[in-house]
Each structure stands twice: as C-alpha cells, then as structure tokens.
Design a protein around this ligand. Structure first.
Ligand code: HEC
Ligand code: HEC
Length: 222
C-alpha cells in the first residue's frame, strides 16, 4: 500500500536538520500526487470501519436502505475532483441528512479519528462498484478454505447453484446481504436436486468482515 500524504509529511518532517531544496520539493509533490493515484484501497479495513461505525444499519453497497446504496453515491460523484473531501466532511462532521420521510437528522459520523482509516473508507465508497467493491482474493481464499467449491462455482451449476445465478436472483433485493450472511453461517437446511435436504455447510471463520466480504463478492458477480 502507498503512503498517504499525512504519513509522508510526518515522515519527512520528523527528520531534523533536513532542508529540502525547491527542486526536491517539486519532485516530492509529483511523487505524492502519483502515490495518491495508485494508492490501493484496503477493502477489508473499509468494510470493518463501516460496520464498527454502524453505517451498515442504513447503507449497503448494492441496495438502498435508509441511506442511498454506496454504489449510487459513487456514481453521483463520479469524476468530481472534490468528491473525496466532500464525503470526508460528510462522514466526520454530522451534517444534516435528509431522510425519505422528509425529515432531517444529523448524519452519523465514523467511530475513529484516524484520518487514514476515514480516507480509506471514503476512497473505497468512491471506487464502487467496479474498482474495488470487495477483496476478491480474500473472498476466493475463504471459499476455498471452507470447501464451498466442492458444490459451487462462479459460472457453472454443480450441486449448488452457480454463484453468478445467486447474484442475479438477488439483484436489487433489499436484505440480500444479511440473508446470505445467515445462509453461510447458520447451517440452515438446503434442498438438493434429488430432493433431499441437509444442513448447508458454514464458512470456516467467525470473522464477520471476512464473511461479509465473501457474501458481497458473491452478490457482485455478473
Ligand atoms: C441512520 C441512518 C444512517 C446511518 C447510520 C448512516 N447514514 Fe449515511 N446517509 C443516510 C441518509 C439518509 C443519507 C442521504 C443524505 C442526504 O441526501 O441528505 C446518507 C448519505 C450518505 C452518503 C452520501 C453523501 C452525499 O453527499 O451524497 C455517504 C457517503 C454516507 N451516507 C456514508 C455513511 C457512513 C460512512 C456512515 C457510517 C459512519 C453512514 N453513512 C451512516 C443515512 C445514514
Ligand atoms: C454439499 C454441497 C454444498 C457445499 C459444500 C456448499 N453449498 Fe452452498 N448451496 C448448496 C445447495 C444445494 C444450495 C441450494 C440450496 C437451496 O436452494 O435450498 C446452495 C446455496 C447456496 C447459496 C445461495 C443461497 C440462496 O439463498 O439462494 C449460496 C450463497 C451458497 N450456497 C454459498 C455457499 C458457501 C459460501 C459455501 C461454503 C461455506 C457453500 N455454499 C458450500 C450446496 C452446497
């Protein structure tokens, strides 16, 4: 992961006695701009902060709840240079938010004062849905570890439905995320093609962030 501007500034400022000639400063500025562009979003950390801050009570990536779907927020701000700053303020200052019932209430703020974590969450939201809705590698490895792939594949139906078809089935339906979370954690009965029912396997982790990441990955498949 690249350095954020603040980290960079702290690092350079903490070296006493160093005077940067102007040329070096210009170079630094260019470097900073560059490292910002290729700064990779930490998807798991973003989702964790969203959950810790209870944002997910009103928001999800794909579905509108009380708040807009975050992929729609990303679409609204697409290409706007100051989008990052505006959303940063939105999630840190508790400005008034207008709800569907017409009322205005203070919008909740994130439960951290670490600017890097906040920026990471905002960057993640703005990168939705194409750039980084989920950590694909982490999702795939959890699916492998949990032996889901014995019965599932992304494209093809095996004993279980193709995950692409699961995504299509739930497209736009409210609560899909929570429903699938329960499906892969509680061992509910699953009906197989031959008509028999058995408990559906559960994921081999208790970390909700990793589980939501897997579920969101499945829901993001096209
Ligand atoms: C109680 C419900 C609720 C919670 C909890 C909530 N939001 Fe919102 N959020 C809303 C509503 C409603 C809007 C639409 C506000 C408006 O358009 O005035 C919104 C809008 C947004 C937007 C879009 C802002 C814009 O300028 O378009 C972002 C981004 C956002 N919320 C992020 C978050 C984050 C991050 C958290 C967790 C700290 C969070 N929300 C928690 C209800 C909520
Ligand atoms: C022994 C075979 C088997 C394994 C292993 C298995 N599944 Fe399934 N899965 C199924 C079957 C069969 C269904 C269809 C259940 C139904 O419709 O009642 C299903 C359905 C699903 C669905 C769709 C649920 C819905 O509401 O439409 C998801 C998502 C899913 N499985 C994820 C997983 C994950 C994640 C794992 C690994 C933890 C996993 N499955 C492991 C057989 C399996």
């Amino acid at each position: 992961m690249g350095w954020t501007s603040t980290e960079f500034a702290e690092n350079t400022a903490s070296r006493p006695g160093k005077v940067f000639p102007l040329v070096t400063l210009a170079l630094l500025a260019a470097l900073l701009a560059f490292s910002r562009d290729c700064y990779a979003v930490d998807v798991i950390a973003a989702q964790r902060l969203a959950r810790q801050s209870a944002c997910v009570a009103c928001h999800s990536v794909y579905q509108k709840k009380d708040g807009p779907a975050w992929k729609d927020v990303a679409a609204t701000y697409h290409g706007q240079a100051d989008a990052g700053q505006r959303l940063y303020l939105h999630v840190t200052t508790g400005r008034k938010a207008r709800f569907d019932d017409g009322q205005e209430r203070d919008h909740p703020i994130v439960k951290t004062s670490d600017p890097k974590r906040i920026q990471n969450l905002v960057d993640w939201i703005l990168a939705l849905p194409v750039a980084a809705p989920v950590d694909v590698k982490a999702a795939e490895s959890l699916a492998r570890q949990s032996r889901c792939l014995a019965c599932h594949a992304v494209e093809d139906k095996k004993e279980g439905p193709a995950w692409k078809d699961v995504a299509a089935k739930y497209l736009g339906s409210v609560g899909a995320e929570d429903n699938l979370y329960k499906h892969v954690t509680t061992g509910r009965k699953a009906r197989f093609d031959d008509g028999h029912e058995e408990r559906h396997p559960v994921v081999k982790t208790a970390d909700p962030d990793r589980i939501y990441n897997l579920v969101n990955w499945i829901l993001s498949l096209r």
